[in-house]
Design a protein around this ligand. Structure first.
Ligand code: PLP
Length: 385
């Protein structure tokens, strides 16, 4: 941490992300108390704006927690120990949610999807027909460890008609990055997180429950206190949060939501397109069959080590991307498209990844190739504003 470069590097991770400069300024403002008219106004505006981000008629709630806390909130507010739950597991975050559900005593069936692939809704349909007792289906909208997007709309369609089953979705790397309309897609519980597309530090999660889910909430027997959404709902209706509000983060969130947040979907899509076009030209094809716009995972050439590429890029070129986890460790690298990123960052990322490959294996990646791909990528950005 004494390395001066740590204070100014290009962060292209799938969360936390590079902060919006105005967010950095707002976070340094003097504290105000959360039980003040000034803060009440901000809270009200934020809760209204979040409904637009979720595309829901239902209230959206804030938890002072990382995204995982919001995932927990969706489970414990709707389910009881012993309930049958179908968890779609296609990577690290699917594993986490399944483990969490098991911890709370639910009877979890895991449906495994090969890393990098997206779930096939027909298979879920078959599983639900075979076992009509599932109380919930859990799925990531985007599985961040592989960069794969799941067919949330199709899954929602399936589950909508089953009155005794909820569709709970981890939208942490989808909300604000690409369209995920909660009501239209038939999502019953949806969670987002502040350190992803919202361009804030870690520390807030956002959750909402459908009308159908609200029928489950009074009957859920999982012990809950901090995340009890009934308490939060009551407090929000009085214009407050149940416990101390994360004033600084909520003030910064207010700025983000009031300043063109919806428009950034196009920017994120453009960055994803750019990455999908130019990284394969550097010899690294896409890992996910149906890649999400929020993050791109790339397959590292088999004779090279992704961990080494990641570390070299950070140390020598001041750019931070992520490697693969577990079974994908060393085999993929992951580039995030959310956060405060400009075109110069994108071009630099192409060029420096090229140079990193050249530093490690000059015959695999000659300088002329890097120069031509970098130039082509620059022209693409100018043509596709
Ligand atoms: C980042 C992320 C989370 C939340 O992780 P936290 O560290 O708890 O914020 C959950 N699910 C997905 C898909 C994520 O990308």
């Amino acid at each position: 941490m004494t390395d001066k470069n740590f204070f100014d590097y290009t962060l292209l991770a799938p969360g936390p992300v590079s902060l919006h400069p105005e967010v950095r300024r707002i976070l340094s403002l003097p504290m105000i108390h959360h039980r003040t008219p000034e803060f009440d106004t901000i809270l009200h505006r934020v809760l209204c704006a979040l409904k637009k981000v979720f595309h829901t008629e239902q209230p959206v709630y804030l938890h002072s927690s990382t995204g995982t806390g919001g995932m927990e909130s969706l489970l414990i507010n709707t389910l009881s120990p012993g309930d049958q739950v179908l968890a779609i597991v296609s990577g690290k975050f699917g594993e986490r949610w399944s483990q969490m559900a098991q911890t709370f005593g639910y009877n979890v069936t895991e449906h495994h999807v090969e890393w990098g692939q997206s779930v096939n809704p027909n298979q879920i349909d078959q599983l639900m027909t075979k076992n009509p007792h599932f109380k919930a289906v859990l799925c990531q909208a985007c599985e961040t460890s592989t960069g794969a997007a799941h067919p949330i709309q199709e899954l929602g369609q399936l589950i909508k008609n089953k009155s005794n089953c909820l569709f709970l979705v981890d939208g942490i790397t989808a909300l604000g990055a690409y369209p995920l309309p909660m009501d239209d897609f038939g999502i019953d519980g949806l969670v987002g997180g502040s350190q992803k597309a919202f361009m804030l530090p870690t520390g807030l999660s956002f959750v909402s429950f459908s009308k159908k889910a609200w029928n489950f909430i009074p009957h859920a027997k999982t012990p809950r206190f901090y995340f009890d959404i009934r308490l939060e709902d009551r407090a929000n209706k009085n214009g407050e949060t149940m416990f101390s509000s994360s004033v600084s983060l909520i003030r910064a969130l207010d700025y983000i939501l009031q300043n063109g947040f919806e428009n950034q979907l196009q920017d994120i899509h453009r960055r994803a397109q750019f990455t999908r076009l130019f990284m394969p030209l550097l010899g690294m094809p896409l890992f996910a069959k149906h890649p999400s716009d929020s993050i791109t995972a790339l397959v590292v050439p088999s004779h090279l080590d992704g961990q080494k590429i990641r570390a070299h890029l950070e140390k020598k070129y001041n750019i931070t991307i992520m490697g693969g986890q577990d079974q994908a460790k060393g085999k993929i690298i992951r580039i995030g498209h959310m956060g405060y990123i400009n075109d110069a960052d994108l071009v630099r990322c192409v060029q420096k990844i090229g140079l990193t490959l050249n530093d490690i294996d000059p015959t695999f990646m000659p300088i002329e190739k890097i120069n031509s791909v970098t130039e082509e990528s620059k022209q693409w950005l100018e043509k596709n504003l």
